[in-house]
Write a protein that binds this ligand. Sequence first.
Ligand SMILES: Cc1cc2nc3c(=O)[nH]c(=O)nc-3n(C[C@H](O)[C@H](O)[C@H](O)COP(=O)(O)O)c2cc1C
Length: 223
Amino acid sequence: MNKKIIALIIAIIIVIVGVSVWFITSNNKEESTNNSNANTTENQKNDETQKDKVQEKPNDNKTTNDKKIAIIYFSATGTTRKVAGYIKNATGGDLIEIEPKEKYTDSDLNYGNDNSRANKEQNNSKARPEILNNINTDSYDVIYLGYPIWWGDVPKIILTFLDNHNLKDKTIIPFCTSGSTGISGSLSTLKNYNKNVNWIDGKRFSSSATQDEVTNWVKELSY
Ligand SMILES: Cc1cc2nc3c(=O)[nH]c(=O)nc-3n(C[C@H](O)[C@H](O)[C@H](O)COP(=O)(O)O)c2cc1C
């Protein structure tokens, strides 16, 4: 009789343990199924985001790759050249210098002397200083055009550049450097000189312009 009771108790214990083990293991399975479902959903979401990214990319590239950019500039003492280099870094465009056939010496640039070459050129509406290098603008859609301010205006060699090239329907973004004068006077000269260009109001930089300042400006323009 005692033996029978002991056997019954052992049987009950075995059943309880068995049920408990099954319960625990099936719960774990459920959890891992849920987790794997969650992971699958998460993965699907990620896949979709990746797809979106892949689809977005060509459009992103379109805005930058479709337009060919040049940074064309004249600089007598290096300040505008430095800013032009920053624009190149920010846009990846081609950097092209307008080189005067006759280089400007220090005395040519002496704005305190009425008879200095630069002053005489600026006072002569017909002056068109010659350019040494051949610049081909044909393949460019967007041109950043840089120059120093001379007596509130563009140096006359910039007008030589405009005379020498067919810039019809091109987008030109003027930029300049100066001691303090703004860009507006030179902008109206440019706009009146060639009305077939899509002129964008540009920007004047000081000699202490930084890469960050230039990069931010280029980003705002989004060309
Ligand atoms: C002939 C001449 C005229 C200038 N006229 C002005 C002017 O009207 N306003 C101004 O702020 N700076 C004027 N400047 C200073 C230049 O614009 C400034 O130094 C510029 O950053 C020089 O650029 P670059 O080094 O690229 O030649 C003049 C400089 C020269 C040589």
